[in-house]
Design a protein around this ligand. Structure first.
Ligand SMILES: Nc1nc2c(ncn2[C@@H]2O[C@H](COP(=O)(O)OP(=O)(O)OP(=O)(O)O)[C@@H](O)[C@H]2O)c(=O)[nH]1
Ligand SMILES: [Mg+2]
Length: 292
């Protein structure tokens, strides 16, 4: 399935991001906990140029906790300050503490000179990952526009969280990684790419196959699939029959089936699900995982 996801405005936004990054103290990078590799921008390292950053694995409430725990160890081993985030007050407090800690030396340097410095942080990540939601939680009110679709935030917006912390909301950014089709497809599942850009039916079939492979029973139960071995359109027909998505005259309503499968997956109705797992941990860690 081909997904053309890099229109001109993304290229412009990407250039702007690189410029703006030079003007802030740190970047708060948001990735999706269900897809922690594909939802990270591989160009960010170069753009950040050793500038500090913290990484939030967002929508952790939709991901498998054991996978998230592994990802956190994986990122820690890379020397990256990372945490799982799910918009709760406790996690928001933890994220704020992580930002403060990353900026501690700047704050302390300021204090030694008798002034409390205002830390400026830029929040970056793919569309729809939860950047504006995170900023609203930090701020404690609805200051940034949020929505259940990609491309809601159109321009950079500074938000003063308190006298010592300002955060910049940014439009979600994808990058030109067209060669990685699996990553593109999975980014489309989680609602990062506008629905109009790809073929909904092909995407839905791909998603159902992925779901059946990792959560077979739950997927069959949710969509009332009797034959999980069915392929292509026959798989969609399973859903249409099971859930009663029929048009007048008894034709299968493929569009309805696709919309429902995607919506219910995105809303976590099939259960918590991580689509990308980190490489296997060394034996010692695996043993610890089993004991936990
Ligand atoms: N389940 C769950 N949903 C979340 C979480 N954070 C955000 N959302 C939802 O994700 C959707 C997108 O949130 P936004 O904050 O608008 O995302 P964004 O990254 O600012 O998106 P763009 O501005 O389009 O780039 C909204 O429907 C939020 O309610 C989370 O931690 N868990
Ligand atoms: Mg936004």
């Amino acid at each position: 399935m081909d997904i053309q996801w890099y229109p001109g405005h993304m290229a412009r936004a990407s250039r702007l991001l690189a410029q703006q990054l030079g003007k802030v103290h740190l970047a708060v990078e948001l990735c999706d906990a269900r897809l922690p590799l594909s939802s990270r921008n591989p160009d960010l390292d170069r753009m950040l140029d050793n500038r500090r950053r913290v990484l939030l694995l967002c929508k952790a409430d939709l991901a498998q906790p054991e996978a998230t725990a592994r990802w956190l160890r994986y990122f820690a081993a890379q020397g990256l300050e990372a945490m799982a985030y799910d918009t709760t007050p406790a996690k928001t407090k933890q994220a704020k503490a992580l930002i403060d800690q990353a900026a501690r030396d700047i704050i302390e340097r300021g204090l030694r000179r008798g002034m409390q410095k205002t830390i400026r942080a830029m929040v970056v990540g793919v569309p729809n990952v939860g950047k504006s939601t995170f900023i609203n939680r930090l701020y404690g009110g609805a200051i940034a526009q949020v929505g259940d679709r990609p491309g809601v935030t159109r321009a950079n917006q500074w938000v003063k969280v308190n006298p010592y912390l300002e955060v910049m909301d940014t439009p979600g950014l994808l990058w030109p990684k067209l060669s990685d089709r699996l990553a593109a497809t999975r980014l489309a599942y989680i609602g990062t790419i506008r629905d109009a850009v790809y073929d909904q039916q092909a995407l839905c079939i791909h998603l159902l196959e992925d779901l059946l492979a990792v959560r077979g029973e739950a997927t069959c139960a949710r969509f009332k699939i009797k034959n999980p071995e069915a392929k292509n359109a026959a798989l969609l027909e399973e859903v249409c029959r099971g859930r009663g998505f029929l048009l007048k005259g008894g034709e299968y309503d493929y569009d309805r089936a696709c919309a429902v499968v995607l919506d219910e997956f995105r809303a976590g109705k099939i259960g918590r699900l991580t689509l990308e797992w980190p490489p296997e941990p060394p034996a010692k860690e695996a043993a610890r995982d089993e004991k936990a």
